[in-house]
Design a protein around this ligand. Structure first.
Ligand code: SF4
Ligand code: SF4
Ligand code: SF4
Length: 247
C-alpha cells in the first residue's frame, strides 16, 4: 500500500522541529540562521513558511507520476511502489533536467560542492516502506505532520473537513494536483494564500513534459546532453580517483 504524508497546516504552530529533525537525519547543519531561511535549498530539504499567523510546509510532494523521474535520462530519480520518490546519486550525471521539470521547484543542486548532487526530501525512504514514519512526523508534537497509507490519510483529511467545516478550506491539496501526490495538505484558507501553487494542472505531467521536450531544438538538447556528459565524465573521473585515494 502506498504511503503518504498528511500536513495539516491548521495544526501547525511553526515550531520548526520538522526542519531540525530532517537536517539531523541528513547530517546537515541547522541553526537560527538556517531556520530563518524560509526556502528549501541543498542544505534545507523542508521548510516552514510564515504567512502572518499561518504557517505552511514545503517539501518534495512525491508525485504519483513524477515529472522529475520522467525526464531523468539515467533513471536517477524513481517513484517507488511504497510512495517515496528516491534519488540515486551514483546514477546522476548532473544534467539537472529534474530541476527544470519539477512543477513545485523542489530539487536543488549543490552548486558549491566538488562533487555536486541533486538534493531533495526522499520521504525517509529508509523508514517509510517498512512501516515506519518519517523523521519530520516523529518530531511533530502537534500532529500537524503525520505519515500513513495514502488512502487512509485522504479519508482522515476528508473527515477533518466534514467534522470541522469552519476550520478548513474544503479541499485537500495533493489529491488531484499533477495527477496526485504522496504529500497531502489541509489548510484553513485557499492554498494559494499560504504559498501553494494552485495553478498546477490536475493531470500527470510526464506525458506533457516529453511532448514539450520533443519540440526543443535538437541542438539545444544535444548541447545539454553534451554538457551533462562532460560533467558526468569529470564526476566519474574524480569519484574513481577519490575511491582510489588519488585525490
Ligand atoms: S515534487 Fe518535484 S521533485 Fe518531488 S516528486 Fe514531484 S516532480 Fe519530483
Ligand atoms: S520525510 Fe524525511 S527527508 Fe522528507 S522532509 Fe521529512 S524528515 Fe526530511
Ligand atoms: S514540527 Fe509540526 S507543528 Fe512544528 S513546524 Fe513542523 S509541522 Fe508545524
Amino acid at each position: 500500500m502506498s504511503k503518504a504524508i498528511l500536513y495539516d497546516s491548521t495544526l501547525c504552530v511553526g515550531c520548526r522541529q520538522c526542519e531540525e529533525a530532517c537536517s539531523t537525519r541528513w547530517k546537515l547543519p541547522y541553526n537560527e540562521k538556517i531556520a530563518a531561511e524560509e526556502k528549501i535549498s541543498s542544505h534545507k530539504l523542508t521548510t516552514i513558511r510564515t504567512f502572518g499567523e499561518k504557517f505552511s510546509r514545503k517539501l518534495c510532494m512525491h508525485c504519483q507520476d513524477p515529472a522529475c523521474a520522467s525526464v531523468c535520462p539515467v533513471a536517477a530519480l524513481q517513484k517507488t511502489a511504497a510512495g517515496p520518490v528516491v534519488y540515486d546519486e551514483d546514477r546522476c550525471m548532473g544534467c539537472r533536467y529534474c530541476m527544470v521539470a519539477c512543477p513545485f521547484q523542489v530539487p536543488t543542486y549543490e552548486w558549491e560542492a566538488r562533487l555536486p548532487k541533486v538534493r531533495k526530501c526522499d520521504m525517509c525512504s529508509d523508514r517509510v516502506p517498512g512501516g515506519g514514519v518519517t523523521r519530520c512526523s516523529e518530531a511533530c508534537a502537534y500532529g500537524a505532520t503525520i505519515t500513513g497509507n495514502r488512502d487512509e490519510l485522504i479519508a482522515e483529511a476528508r473527515k477533518r473537513i466534514a467534522d470541522k467545516p469552519k476550520d478548513y478550506y474544503p479541499k485537500i491539496y495533493g489529491v488531484e494536483e499533477v495527477g496526485g501526490t504522496s504529500v497531502l495538505i489541509l489548510a484553513s484558507v485557499p492554498f494559494d494564500q499560504i504559498g501553494y501553487n494552485t495553478k498546477v494542472i490536475k493531470t500527470a505531467l510526464p506525458a506533457l513534459t516529453w511532448n514539450a521536450l520533443q519540440h526543443v531544438p535538437d541542438v539545444v538538447v544535444m548541447g545539454s546532453v553534451l554538457m551533462g556528459g562532460i560533467h558526468w565524465i569529470s564526476h566519474r573521473k574524480e569519484e574513481v580517483a577519490r575511491k582510489e585515494g588519488r585525490s
